[in-house]
Design a binder for this molecule. Structure first.
Ligand code: SF4
Length: 208
């Protein structure tokens, strides 16, 4: 009988940089792991979905990483940070902070897929107010929004939880919020519902 390997879905992108881009080498390595009829799914969250045989997953992940691709699991995890294009420059728009935040939170296991977004100035190209956790750089510091939802009739804009946080404060608060959601969120409870249920004041109280 034919041995059917289970397929697993991986999310990949070129990491946090100026724009959401892939280079030729990365495209070639991705194509090497696809057969003629396979399709690559382009998501709205700056990720591509590719299906890989489970038995080859670690090997493929390593090959992707060697050409600078970032690889994430798909499912009930924190997604990689959606970002703006940092049009005014890496330092001015806080790209190192976005990278560090992504490193700390992307891939964490949570009750339901969580979408964090970052934007380098109040123009808001990274759409932080319509994602679960939104970070906006304002001046030299960072404002934090929670509970935005872009889709559906119940779409809602996120609410400002804290403003003018230094980078270390931002990392700590976001880590803590994800911890609280992981511990107190119901199974498959979307983050915006969790925020609505607990309430921002109570969340602030739990963080402090
Ligand atoms: S949010 Fe600001 S820094 Fe980022 S791409 Fe838009 S205008 Fe440029």
């Amino acid at each position: 009988m034919e041995n059917q390997d289970t397929m697993v879905k991986l999310a990949i992108n070129g990491g946090i940089a100026f724009g959401s881009k892939l280079n030729a080498k990365q495209l070639c390595v991705i194509a090497e792991h696809m057969s003629d009829n396979d399709e690559l799914e382009l998501t709205t969250f700056q990720q591509l979905y590719i299906e890989i045989p489970e038995s080859q997953m670690e090997l493929v992940k390593e090959k992707f990483k060697q050409v600078g691709l970032s690889v994430y699991l798909v499912g009930n995890y924190v997604k990689s940070l959606r970002t703006c294009n940092f049009c005014k420059g890496e330092e001015e728009e806080g790209m190192p902070v976005a990278k560090e935040l992504n490193k700390r939170i992307a891939g964490k296991s949570v009750p339901f897929t969580l979408r964090p977004a970052y934007t380098g100035c109040p123009v808001g190209c990274g759409e932080p107010l319509v994602n679960d956790i939104g970070v906006m750089k304002v001046g030299e510091k960072y404002d934090l929004y929670l509970g935005g939802k872009a889709k559906g009739k119940d779409a809602q804009v996120g609410t400002l939880l804290m403003e003018q946080l230094a980078p270390e404060q931002l990392y700590e608060v976001v880590d803590h919020i994800i911890e609280i959601y992981t511990e107190q969120g119901k199974k498959r409870e979307p983050f915006f519902k969790f925020v609505n249920r607990i309430g921002l004041e109570e969340l602030k109280h739990l963080i402090n």
